[in-house]
Design a protein around this ligand. Sequence first.
Ligand SMILES: *[C@@H]1O[C@H](CO)[C@@H](O)[C@H](O)[C@H]1NC(C)=O
Ligand SMILES: *[C@@H]1O[C@H](CO)[C@@H](O)[C@H](O)[C@H]1NC(C)=O
Ligand SMILES: *[C@@H]1O[C@H](CO)[C@@H](O)[C@H](O)[C@H]1NC(C)=O
Ligand SMILES: CC(=O)N[C@H]1CO[C@H](CO)[C@@H](O)[C@@H]1O
Length: 771
Amino acid sequence: MRLWVSAWMCWLGAALLAAGRSPPRLRLPYRELLGTNRSVLFFGHRGFLGFRSLYLDEYRDRLFIGGKDVLYSLLLDRASADAKEIYWPPLPGQTEECFQKGKDPRTDCANYVRVLHPYNRTHLLACGTGAFHPVCAFVYVGHRGEHTFSLEPASVEPGRGRCPLEPSRAFASTVIGGELYTGLTADFLGRDPGIFRSMGTRSALRTEVDQRLLNDPKFVAVHLIPDNNDKDNDKAYFFFTEKVVEADSKEHAIVSRVARVCVNDAGGQRVLVNKWSTFNKARLVCSVPGPGGIDTHFDELEDIFLLRTKDGKSPEIYALFSTVSHVFQGSAVCVYHMADIREVFNGPFAHRESPHHQWGAYEGRVPYPRPGVCPSKTTNQPRRQFGTTKDFPDEVLHFARAHPLMYKPVYPRHRRPLLVKTDLPHRLHQLVVDRVEAEDGQHDVLFLGTDAGSVLKVVVLQKTSSVATEEIVLEELQVFKVPVPITQMEISVKRQTLYVGSSLGVAQVRLHRCETYGTACAECCLARDPYCAWDGTACTHYQPSGKRRHRRQDIRHGNPVHQCLDQNLTVDDFESVEEKVLYGAEENSTFLECTPRSPQATVQWFVQRPPDEQRDEVKTDERILQTEQGLLFRKLHRHDTGIYYCKTLEHGFTQTVAKTALEVLTSEQLARTVPWERGDEPLRPLCSEPRLVPQAPKTWFKDIMHLISSQNLRRVEEYCARLWCSSRPHHRKSKLAHTKHALASVDVGRKGRAAKPHGEKNRVPRQAVAT
Ligand SMILES: *[C@@H]1O[C@H](CO)[C@@H](O)[C@H](O)[C@H]1NC(C)=O
Ligand SMILES: *[C@@H]1O[C@H](CO)[C@@H](O)[C@H](O)[C@H]1NC(C)=O
Ligand SMILES: *[C@@H]1O[C@H](CO)[C@@H](O)[C@H](O)[C@H]1NC(C)=O
Ligand SMILES: CC(=O)N[C@H]1CO[C@H](CO)[C@@H](O)[C@@H]1O
């Protein structure tokens, strides 16, 4: 029983330790899903893959993966059993040279395959970093049904401007009509950033090296988005962040941008030769309106997801941002309409007299054809024909070069983020969106990849009659056991699968696991997962075309009372929950855990004191506190012995989540049983492996893991080791003092937490700048 005592003390210590830095917050989904049904597709030969690029080929049912010195081809249904690989290391001389330039031969001086795109019906284009000598080559993958996979040796050529030199620096690329579009930094020192077009039959194009065009950019994505049915108006959109320097300060800030170029740009004839002549850029704003007109800006673009529409011209653009503020950490998702983006590009150009002036809207005459417009039927006038950008007057190109920036920024839908997260222990890096058809309409389900190997599945509900939204975390999937950043995610709606990549490998996760929500209609309903519905007997995948009679689903309200009245809404399930036994020492503190499955649920505690049959609600006071994670007894009394029930209430549906029999050990009993009272019996076996406490509740350590970030883990372990390993009496004293001190800070921690949102609001973020 001393083990139990140690366990709760440590639990508490750890929780409070965490509370000191940032408030602990368990954002558990309706169901805890640490044991996800995931199958890791592939971890590469010799256990290392160095995953960098992924191309999901639904036509061939194949997944192509680029890694460190290697390319893989996996058949989706049979995964690793049928993998083919191409070994593609850098040339020996290049490894040597890379090493001599001071790069790490184990990590940097390899060929990381970062570009992997379908090129034509039979080939993929792959480019790698080649130990700081980028290389490109075609990979033969054959026609559908064939399973060939080989590098075309004759096609290997230098890949400068097509692939970054570094293994991990941000960049973006895509293939459009046999040409490769890239946004990257092309030189060894990182001073030559640009937007490049290469391959194909036309001469290569790039941006001029000019800080007005691109200032230390970090590219995130590039996509072809047609304007209309005239292919001559097709444009490539680049999404990135860059530095801006305000007129009145030396400080620079980071802003997010969308830039575009015409696919049929051929550069100028005398001016801007082999340079983009149609390049324009605008600011992407994602901010939360604050008091006094000061908005909180999320300026660091992390990822872009295009939710394609049928016509292909107006995809909805989902963008994941984080803050660059040092005051608080947060992420936001904003959604942009193409119509709004086009309007900004059709609007005024930004202009300033000199770098010391403020930006304003350019009000002078804009030459014709308007810079940024593609040469097409639309630009042609009876007497002035523009077959290519080479026909554009020099005046147009001079103007384009001097005015790359649009004056107005692009605002998101409803002028506010769809989702804001400021309380997460991890940063969000990746975003994938699925629009799901449910009984009450369409819902957008967001999959957010973190930097700790996990994926959050969130549904955002648009409240009817207002722009307000409600978000529900449906699942938190720990895809990789190790907390590595998720670097890429691809969704297959056809297969209802999400492919998740990190430097450790590629995993696949099902989009929904309805069966885990439970076996009652109410549970299925409360989960509010738009993928799932109660079919009369079980919680199953919702199919819009399926039979309707017994189907129950209510995403908007999740109200089981309405949905499940006739479906045997449970509930006195007091007896069905497994009983835990917990021992506590009289006059000391103890903690009964209970975390509701849903963050929306309220918790009530009941106690049954034998021999009474009756259950009374637990009265909380100075001595007994109800916290987010359970019930804290600051000082146990003998009469606290009893069976404690933790019940949650959500939309009229109650459920018993935990049942704990608390035994209070009296001082007399303790004097006889606790070995450290004698001061000689060593607790050594525990000290070497503090985690393996026999009989300890399995969940408490996991909860600590949840509560604290990994940097704190060492401190917790040390803390626990101190607790468990101090067997000599004079050590015990300081330990108790420590515990008391920790307990005393409980209130402070709680107050601190309550005060936080307010404090956050008052922190002054940078002011919005127009462009
Ligand atoms: C995991 O999912 C696969 C199919 O995707 C299924 O065959 C398997 O039974 C599932 N395993 C568990 C433990 O749910
Ligand atoms: C695809 O491109 C490669 C490389 O240019 C070329 O060798 C091959 O013939 C092309 N295949 C088709 C079907 O056009
Ligand atoms: C629900 O109904 C089934 C059979 O219809 C029954 O066995 C079960 O006990 C019921 N559950 C509750 C909690 O009433
Ligand atoms: C097991 C344990 O730590 N018991 C302690 C409970 O608190 C009393 C008084 O604070 C101590 O004397 C016990 O040693």
